[in-house]
Ligand binder design. Structure first.
Ligand code: ADP
Ligand code: LRH
Length: 478
């Protein structure tokens, strides 16, 4: 039997609500709403426009229910690390964006309390200045935690608003830096050492667990009677978007790496257990929690943010909208060599004029900077492919996993130049797509919880491979 579920997938660039139709031999998705995710800078820093996002989620769910009145389940995933502080039912302030500058004070405070080696042994997480624990430390310095009873990561917050139940889904909780890498439970000793209130952290739930049913006001808002709402479950899935994307990598065997390529590029392999060696810490590889207890052993590359923030800069100065596909075609036609810069240089993290920072990087590294738009785009895409290739080599060394093919999923899988250059620079076959891997992974885990499909991640991936044949890029000789 095929039945419908709805996936809410909130990316850092855009959000969508998608209907998923699943049975043991069928998988298809249909978008019902897409909306931009545009952050807002105010006098106290950079924030997500969380109420606007929630309004779009509810209106998208309304459209989903109109199209499929017998919808069985809803699940939410989003970007990681960010959260709202809650007292009772009240949100204390608007959630900060991970690109906000306030975390520097948190990094300093945390490093004074726990060494980087001890931290990695406890949480197995790569250092990113915006990891939730540094944000909490910054909040503590500012006194913002004093009134808070609970902290909810973004998908947990949306689930709370939909159902009234405050839970912490584990894959996303693993990005806080406060889960123990081995037990996958809140690390009470670490939380105490950091001086954070233990009560902030809600009960953990695994992907696939029911969270609750819709609150009556929400049911009415999306056009369901209270009675009908009782047969619709809000389900926990891999609520970290990357965890859901990894579920939907259409891989066979285990000799593959994935690149979840969107605003960020997450380059990794799936492992049965964590790698917490000193070499892994120094290479800044992370052990994030995956669905079904798997480990997502990966590293963040700055990603297509480099391109989208450059496009934003050019659009601002010209006042005209820029279409991505022709821009990428112009970059593909560039024949002169372009600068390959360090895509992960911290100078690229904050919002603002990105092309000028590429020019700065080139000046400080004595490299000729790109001049035309097409050269900038080519330089960005070459630099991303170079970073991917470096991470793939490190992955094989650090994990011992041999990698034959590379699956690129997410928006970046539509970028043919990026996919081809990745094949060329890694010397491996690249399989591109599906573009909506995150929503697909979200759909599959709720469908499995509903009994619409059964089996391991491997059998779910076989279903993805059958429904969404990837585009193949073979390496060209250089
Ligand atoms: P996120 O989930 O982080 O919001 P997505 O997976 O939606 O990110 O990917 C967004 C990125 O996908 C954009 O920044 C853009 O670079 C790329 N992208 C989207 N559509 C296209 C397209 N038609 N051609 C090339 N790249 C695209
Ligand atoms: C990708 C992502 C990534 C995190 C970053 C904050 O959307 O979730 O896995 O590191 O956002």
């Amino acid at each position: 039997m095929t039945a419908a579920v709805a996936a809410v997938d909130l990316g850092a660039t855009s959000g969508r609500v998608m209907l998923g139709f699943v049975s043991h031999n069928e998988l298809s998705l249909r978008p019902v709403a897409r909306f931009p995710n545009t952050p807002v800078a105010t006098i106290d820093g950079l924030h997500w426009n969380i109420l606007e996002l929630y309004r779009n989620v509810v209106s998208g769910l309304g459209a989903a229910v109109r199209e499929e009145p017998s919808l069985r389940s809803i699940a939410v995933d989003s970007w990681a690390v960010d959260y709202a502080l809650i007292t009772g039912n009240r949100m204390l302030g608007n959630p900060y964006h991970y690109r906000d500058q306030r975390t520097a004070a948190g990094v300093e405070k945390t490093s004074a309390l726990v060494s980087a080696t001890e931290l990695y042994a406890a949480n197995g997480l790569q250092f990113l200045p915006f990891n939730t624990l540094y944000q909490f430390a910054a909040d503590a310095v500012a006194g913002s935690l004093d009134q808070a009873e609970t902290a909810l990561l973004i998908p947990d917050l949306i689930n709370f608003w939909l159902t009234g139940a405050a839970r912490a889904e584990k894959t996303n909780a693993s990005t806080t830096g406060l889960l123990n890498v081995h037990t996958r439970e809140w690390d009470d000793a670490l939380i105490e050492r950091l001086g954070l209130p233990r009560g902030l952290f809600p009960e953990l739930v695994e992907a696939g667990t029911p969270i609750g049913t819709l609150l009556p006001a929400v049911a009415s808002e999306i056009g369901l009677s209270n009675q009908a709402a009782l047969s619709l479950t809000v389900t926990a899935v891999g609520s970290h978007d990357t965890a859901s994307a990894v579920v939907a990598v259409p891989a066979t065997g285990d000799d593959f790496a994935y690149i979840s390529s969107g605003t960020w590029s997450l380059v990794g392999v799936e492992l049965p257990s964590a790698v917490v060696s000193e070499a892994s810490r120094l290479a800044n590889f992370t052990n994030e929690g995956g669905v079904d207890g798997r480990v997502r052993y990966l590293s963040n590359v700055m990603g297509l943010w480099l391109l989208s923030e450059s496009v934003r800069t050019w659009e601002k100065s010209s006042g005209a909208a820029i279409d991505l596909p022709p821009l990428i075609s112009e970059a593909a036609a560039v024949t002169t060599p372009v600068a390959v810069f360090d895509a992960d240089d911290p100078r690229f993290l904050a919002p603002g004029d990105l092309p000028s920072r590429i020019v700065d990087w080139c000046a400080s590294n004595d490299v000729d900077a790109p001049r035309t738009r097409a050269e900038f785009v080519r330089s960005i895409i070459e630099s991303l492919a170079h970073a991917y290739a470096t991470k793939i080599e490190q992955l094989t060394e650090l994990s011992g996993r041999s990698i034959r093919t590379i699956h690129i999923v997410g928006g970046g899988s539509l970028n043919a130049l990026l996919c081809q250059l990745t094949a060329d620079r890694t010397g491996r076959t690249v399989l591109a797509g599906p573009v909506e891997a995150t929503a697909i992974g979200n759909v599959l885990i709720q469908a499995r919880a509903q009994g619409l499909v059964t089996g391991s991640l491997e059998s779910l991936r076989a279903l993805v491979a059958q429904a969404f044949a990837p585009v193949v890029y073979e390496p060209r000789s250089r």
